[in-house]
Ligand binder design. Structure first.
Ligand SMILES: Cc1cc2nc3c(=O)[nH]c(=O)nc-3n(C[C@H](O)[C@H](O)[C@H](O)COP(=O)(O)OP(=O)(O)OC[C@H]3O[C@@H](n4cnc5c(N)ncnc54)[C@H](O)[C@@H]3O)c2cc1C
Length: 458
């Protein structure tokens, strides 16, 4: 039985980085990957979707060329084969980079196959049984498929199979009006598809504040996306070349006929076929592995990092998990999950950058808070760029003067949010930003001005 100091299952965002740190510390490491090196982010998540977002933005900008005094002869058309080829080329750079770096890493043995626990400190892969005192689980998550009548009888798409598309779906129905569904929805609308989003709840991206949901729904509708809220898909069937969704809304049942169906109704962890019971590793009812503040499972010497531990669902949270594990294990630095401030982005155009609490969450705390909002149409840079959709909102604690949270829906919102995030990490009062001189003309230059306009949160 090959014996290692450490086994890592999965090559997502934390596993490969941890492998590098462990071998640098002189440990013998085995890393197991069953499919694509680099995992979700690189192959079917962040990288390919943001590459598609870039192509869709260019198509959109080209259609608006005349607004900027630029003439394009003829209609703007999108070559989907070329869009996919570009996406594949970008993905290949990242995936091959992860694979090459692991396979050439001295002290690290790569196993390609499905890893499964067969005992507390033993993992089987491709007929080999590996043993190690320390095991790190980085198996990620996949699309969750809801139990809808006859869904398994139609050729539905997920974020993974969307990556193989090199043609334009004539009418894409998207089940789920949250982050993944909305990014794909806007992208395909801009490529030229008819798009219908079916959302069970009363608003899109229900984790965000109402004003954010409303604004996002507004600009998606403006671009021609059919947004169906309060709508429950209760069945689906294939009729000739069409996929017909049966939708119940306000007690009435109607049908939506499209050519393709994307299911984007959340994620589930890849822990159901991992032999966790053989190792005695505890999970919650949805299969997320229980971890403590240092990402240790209930079994000593076994850690869980990334989406599979349910403590984050982003590339940066998985990477941060790696940093926390490495710091505690190798650097005598007691970093904790609870040290991090939640932050993420939604990559529609304009994007949403988020940090800390939403306004609704701040209200729930009962804290005495101040709020400032600014419409993007009042931001000079956005006006100059002709991209004035959205608004920015910041909330601060009236007593401590610390920033509680921010939602920046607008031009460069995913970047600008970091000037707030870093102040939050510094635990500095908002007055530090208020007095900072920012560069003109940028979106960020208005953050100090927003601090001048803070009002009590009613
Ligand atoms: C469409 C989409 C867009 C996204 N966009 C963003 C974004 O813009 N920004 C962002 O921060 N996040 C985004 N995310 C989320 C992000 O992709 C994930 O949070 C991130 O990839 C999680 O990484 P991970 O380390 O948990 O594991 P993953 O990247 O999921 O990797 C896990 C790896 O483990 C392997 N594996 C699983 N089980 C086994 C086993 N038993 N044996 C061997 N190998 C196994 C898998 O094949 C996979 O390669 C997006 C997700 C999706 C679906």
């Amino acid at each position: 039985m090959p014996d290692y100091d450490a086994i890592i299952i999965g090559t997502g965002q934390s596993g490969p980085a941890l492998a590098r740190r462990l071998v640098a510390a002189g440990r013998r490491v085995a890393i197991i990957e069953r499919k694509l090196f680099g995992g979700t982010c690189v192959n079917t998540g962040c990288t390919p979707t943001k590459t598609l977002v870039a192509s869709a933005y260019i198509a959109h900008a080209a259609r608006r060329a005349a607004d900027y005094g630029v003439t394009i002869e003829g209609a703007v058309s999108v070559d989907m084969k070329a869009v996919k080829a570009r996406k594949d080329a970008v993905v290949a750079v990242f995936r091959d980079g992860v694979e090459r770096s692991l396979k050439s890493l001295q002290g690290c043995t790569v196993y390609e196959g499905h890893g499964r626990f067969i005992a507390e400190k033993k993992v089987a892969v491709n007929g080999s049984e590996l043993a190690a005192d320390q095991i790190f689980i980085n198996v990620g998550a996949r699309a969750a498929i809801p139990p809808i009548s006859s869904l398994d009888q139609v050729p539905y798409l997920t974020n993974s199979s969307m990556m193989d598309i090199d043609f334009l779906p004539s009418h894409l129905i998207i089940l789920g009006g949250s982050y993944v569904g909305l990014e794909f929805g806007q992208v395909y609308r801009r490529f030229g598809s008819e798009v219908t989003v079916i959302e069970f709840g009363p608003r899109l991206i229900s984790r965000e504040d109402q004003d954010v949901s409303r604004a996002v729904a507004g600009f998606l509708k403006e671009e021609g996306i059919d947004v169906r809220l309060d709508s429950k898909m209760i069945g689906v069937e294939k009729q000739g070349n069409s996929i017909v969704a049966k939708v119940e809304s306000s007690g009435k049942v109607s049908q939506i006929a499209g050519t393709h169906l994307l299911v984007a109704t959340g994620r589930r962890p890849n822990t159901d076929d991992l032999g966790l019971d053989k190792a005695g590793i505890a999970t919650d009812a949805r299969g997320y592995i229980h971890v403590d503040d240092q990402l240790r499972t209930n079994i000593s010497g076994i850690w869980a990092m990334g989406d599979c531990n349910g403590r984050g669902a982003f590339t940066h949270t998985s990477w941060n998990d790696f940093e926390i594990v490495a710091a505690n294990l190798l650097d005598n630095d007691s970093r904790r999950v609870s040290d991090r401030i939640m932050a993420y982005a939604l990559y529609t155009d304009p994007p949403l950058g988020r940090a800390g609490m939403t306004e609704a969450e701040v209200r729930k705390t009962g804290k005495s808070a101040l709020i400032s909002t600014l419409a993007m149409k009042d931001v000079m840079r956005a006006f100059e760029r002709g991209e004035t959709r959205g608004f920015m909102k910041i909330l601060v604690d009236r007593d401590s003067k610390q920033i509680l949270g921010a939602s920046f829906l607008g031009l460069e919102g995913d970047e600008v949010i970091h000037c707030v995030l870093d102040i939050m990490y510094a635990k500095a009062p908002y007055t530090v930003m208020q007095r900072a001189m920012h560069i003109h003309p940028t979106v960020s230059e208005f953050i100090p001005t927003m601090m001048d306009n803070l009002k009590p949160l009613q």
